[in-house]
Write a protein that binds this ligand. Sequence first.
Ligand code: PEP
Ligand code: MN
Length: 345
Amino acid sequence: MGSHRQLLIAGPCAAESDEQLHRTAAELAALQIPVDYFRAGVWKPRTHPDDFLGMGDVAFAPLKEIREKYLFPICVEVLNPRHVEKCVENHIDAVWLGARTTVNPFTVQEIANALQGTSLTVMVKNPIAPDLKLWMGAIDRVQRAGIKNIIAIHRGFAHDTDIKYRNNPLWKIPIALKMEYPHIPVICDASHTAGATQYIEEVVQSSCSYGLEGWMIETHCNPQSALCDAKQQVTPKELAVILEKIANQPPLSDVSKQLEMLRERVSSIDQQVAKLLLERMKAVDEIANLKIENNMPVVQHDQWQKVQQRYLEISENDPHFQSFIKLFLELLHQQSIERQRGDGY
Ligand code: PEP
Ligand code: MN
């Protein structure tokens, strides 16, 4: 699992009551779970206005007590500049931008402006849609506000497929993010990715094999009674079991982690190559139609020479690549002629 310990964020989805916060924190502490940040949603961005919207500002009193009693740094989700001010006022250690915030560059900018001059650690979750650029844009806005400690949180992407997870992990996206920002830790929100406690452990496992550097895991003293995300919250005891299982895994060497990342990258390049080839074929079909309509010959040698030239220019210093390209071009040429003549269709 890498050379240093994974980052761990634990705590309930929402701050629900003084008692719920205290009990959850006390159990985490009693089990000696190495909590880097105790999380609690003070203001919850719920789908419907009748849903539980979080305790609001009154949650800061118990959170402050937990910070003092257990020495857990505290992190809270912020959805607007006022939330940032409240967090600063109440000595919160870290804030995070949720998936519904990261989608909106205007809100992210307003929050970034409010963050300016603070010493908060800022975590940025991926946007709901699989849009790497939007995630990067949010991180850049926070970075430009002068924030030094930034953590990216991967929580998967909304989907309507039949995969068993609540959100689709699409691991190639956090991996691509890591390649763009090698110095920013990328951690996995296993709870919102999995959506149900029975899948959390396997999501945590996957996140390790993809080289992610820690986890956010929603933890509640009594998940059945939770006022939001009840299905995906574990008890502190269950969290301890998951962490123990992970710790007892034979550690993945840095080399195999790197291999995983490169394989993801190759598979994403392959997808692009396949898409581009298909696009090329379609463009060739259009050329064929034009030629047929205008009674022109299918094979135009001068044109083909230009195509070859373009490829060879790119490969000029690599003789192995050049001989491969020659073979590849022969195949490509043959395919194009067949399509243009309509052979084999
Ligand atoms: C949360 O962490 O409780 C939350 C609202 O998550 P997300 O923004 O990932 O949906
Ligand atoms: Mn939640």
